[in-house]
Design a protein around this ligand. Structure first.
Ligand SMILES: Cc1ncc(COP(=O)(O)O)c(C=O)c1O
Length: 439
């Protein structure tokens, strides 16, 4: 006897988590064993670390990123600061490089990674976050430009010309604005910002003295959007990060600080429980990050994990894992979800983007047939089909209350957590929900 739909096993297309089968526990076990049985590694690993992070990992991350992004000049380890992951480091960026008054506000590409909002609120910017709409090339620059111009005029009229609460320190610069984006395989929309927009965005940041903070956490998870297709170079990034653009554009950075910081993370590559990532930026910014109060007191976060992860870089284990396990596994899941959407949801009037050359990340952003509302569908899916989904309203920058209707007809579907067959089954369940709702 089959279970009634609402008592079926749950299917979770909400959580942006890696499936446990994709966690490289055996590799980590080998690394941890080496670390803990080698006193010259175990002792520094178990003690307070340097503020900038475990030096061998900084050097190896610098080399590894250089091979993947191929920036105009090699990446020095001085450009790398080890972090507790992208979330933790966003908090550090806000703590070191913003002043709650002089920094006029935060712009977030909208829809945005929703959990970044709380971190920005914690830094004193609640109510001063503004969304910048995405366009086909990833960000509506005209909108941002006119917003920045207006904000600047207002700040100058108020005499807001120097930091109020953050005294001068040699390791920091206070920026006038923070602009937050996920330029490659964005969470939630999966969009990739074009190179032209990346360059114009860096120009804008320089003009308005804004710091671009990008969560570049999905860049390595890329594949052809066509089943059976192959990327020409899956071992290289599809586009330079904003931090790379800032190094070459118009003769290079306009001061020694630069205007971009890249937030990288091992969460989506090795496991979020490791709580380890890196920031890359100018050497001044990387050092400034390391001087955040909590690192001055405790040393860089995730010191022991840094020693363990470090074992996986020079040996090529991490690259091999990304190319032979993660890229094939995530692309399989992506094709399963896309295929099911085309088969079951598109005939009902749902739409999704069809990337042409490259795609990646963890998500597919789906627009429901009108007049359906995502909050209603999410509730019905849970009640009728034991299916978890994320409504588009969750991803509105600035969390307006009540939410506007910008993403009211959208759902974010994650393909990282469930097995491919459950992805197909999840979409079948969603199709039943949509049919009922459309009746
Ligand atoms: C855009 C984005 N930034 C940051 C994170 C969290 O990264 P971390 O685990 O390194 O804090 C996620 C995880 O979903 C994400 O999607």
């Amino acid at each position: 006897m089959t279970a009634p739909p609402n008592q079926q096993p749950p299917i979770d297309l909400l959580s942006g988590w890696p499936n446990p089968a994709l966690l490289p526990a055996p590799d980590l076990l080998r690394s941890a064993t080496t670390v803990l049985t080698t006193p010259s590694i175990a002792h520094p690993g178990l003690l307070y670390g340097p503020d900038e992070g475990y030096e061998p990992l900084r050097a190896h991350v610098a080399k590894w990123l250089g091979a993947f992004y191929q920036p105009c000049n090699p990446i020095s380890s001085g450009r790398i600061c080890i972090t507790g992951g992208a979330s933790q480091n966003l908090a550090c960026v806000m703590a070191v490089f913003t002043d709650p008054v002089y920094t006029r506000g935060v712009w977030m590409v909208d829809p945005t990674y929703h959990l970044a909002g709380r971190i920005i609120d914690d830094a004193g910017f609640a109510g001063r976050v503004r969304g910048v709409p995405e366009d086909d090339e990833g960000i509506d620059l005209a909108f941002l430009k006119s917003g920045l111009r207006a904000a600047e005029e207002k700040a100058l009229a108020k005499g807001n010309t120097e930091p109020k609460f953050k005294p001068h320190r040699p390791w920091r610069k206070i920026y006038k604005y923070i602009i937050y984006a996920v330029p490659t395989f964005a969470n939630p929309s999966t969009k990739v910002m074009s190179l032209g927009h990346r360059e114009d965005l860096v120009r804008l940041a320089r003009k308005y003295d804004a710091l671009l903070v990008t969560d570049d956490v999905y860049d390595f998870l890329q594949w052809s959007p066509t089943p059976g297709g192959k990327l020409a170079a899956p071992e290289h990034a599809c586009l330079p990060r904003l931090v790379d653009v800032d190094r070459y554009l118009d003769g290079g950075p306009i001061d020694e600080w630069g205007h971009a910081v890249s937030n990288g993370s091992f969460s989506k590559l090795l496991g979020p429980g490791l709580r380890t990532g890196w920031a890359e930026a100018s050497e001044k910014i990387a050092y400034g990050l390391s001087q955040v109060g909590s690192s001055r007191s405790g040393g860089a976060p995730s010191q022991l994990c840094s020693t363990i992860i470090d074992q996986l870089l020079p040996s090529g284990t991490l690259d091999n894992y990304i190319q032979t396990v993660l890229q094939p596994a995530y692309s399989e899941r992506y094709y399963a979800l896309q295929g099911a959407i085309q088969e079951y949801l598109v005939p009902l009037g749902a739409t999704v983007a069809s990337p042409e050359t490259v795609t990646g990340g963890y998500f597919i952003w789906l627009t429901l047939p009108t007049p359906l509302l995502a909050v209603d569908i999410v509730q019905r899916a849970q009640q009728e089909e034991n299916l978890r989904l994320a409504p588009g309203t969750l991803f509105e920058a600035g969390s307006p209350q009540p939410p506007s209707d910008r993403f009211a007809g959208c759902l974010r579907l994650c393909f990282a957590w469930e097995e491919p067959r459950h992805l197909t089954e999840g979409v079948r369940r969603l199709a039943r929900v949509l049919k009922h709702a459309l009746e």
